[in-house]
Ligand binder design. Sequence first.
Ligand SMILES: [Zn+2]
Length: 314
Amino acid sequence: MIPLGICQDERFKRHRTGPGHPECPARLDAVGAGLEDAGVLAHAAVIQPEPIDRGALEARHDPVYVRRFEQACQAGQPVIDVPDCTISRASFEIALLAAGGVVAAVGGILSGAYRRAFCAVRPPGHHAEPDRAMGFCMFNNVALAADAARRAGIERVLILDWDVHHGNGTQHMFYHDPSVYYISLHGHPEYLFPGTGLAEEIGEGEARGTTLNLPLMPGATDDDARAAFRESVMPAVRSFEPEFVLLSTGFDAHRDDPLGILSWTDAVFEEMLTQVLELADHTAEGRVLSVLEGGYDPAVLRRCTAAHVRRLAQ
Ligand SMILES: [Zn+2]
């Protein structure tokens, strides 16, 4: 089996966010350079993104919001919902394409076309709520991927999110759903956007215990991440026995990131991935889909993407 599917597309750069915005099209140049550096493209399957099916999208996002976003782009509106969600005329169409790319990757993994996949998409997704845009995110790509896996008959999906910001949207979408376990390592909400993700937030009703938040204090190091992973993440994943693993992959917990507050280095991202892959090989038949979220330092993005996909391709 081909080890890795990769979704990257020049069109993802057509979502323009305006001068000085950190979530800029050039991020994908850095990620693309990292993919080249990794030397895996010649042996990877190309995932061609198509716009996500509207019904699948609107099963997750309020149709009123979907329409509002579409109309905002058609009207040339500069922002949607909040000041940091700047948009351009193509943004709606590109957000459909990004979500469609991750859904295609789920299908490719489940059909056995490739074992794992990496989706270098924009806009990112984990802050997007059911009915509004937030934190540079319009549609929740990773949530839509989880939905696709569930629809295909997968019973237990793990979403592991190590973007430095808490994935409020993803957490809320599965807060009452015990079939999707959301685990997040992030900067403590008292110090960092979006202000959610306290350890006490653990899910509700029958989903109580299928949300795990590991907030880290400013300046937290690789060793802090390793301890959280060893003592909390891995035991939780082992007992949940996911059949499909989704990674919300941000590289903004790196010490060089301009938006983050943590002090991780390149090494810990690769170590965390290695542990997840080993575990997924045992419980999820190796099915791992990594979806790009944040990361705003070009050099970090390039290096960490290269190491990430090299490891995914092994
Ligand atoms: Zn982030």
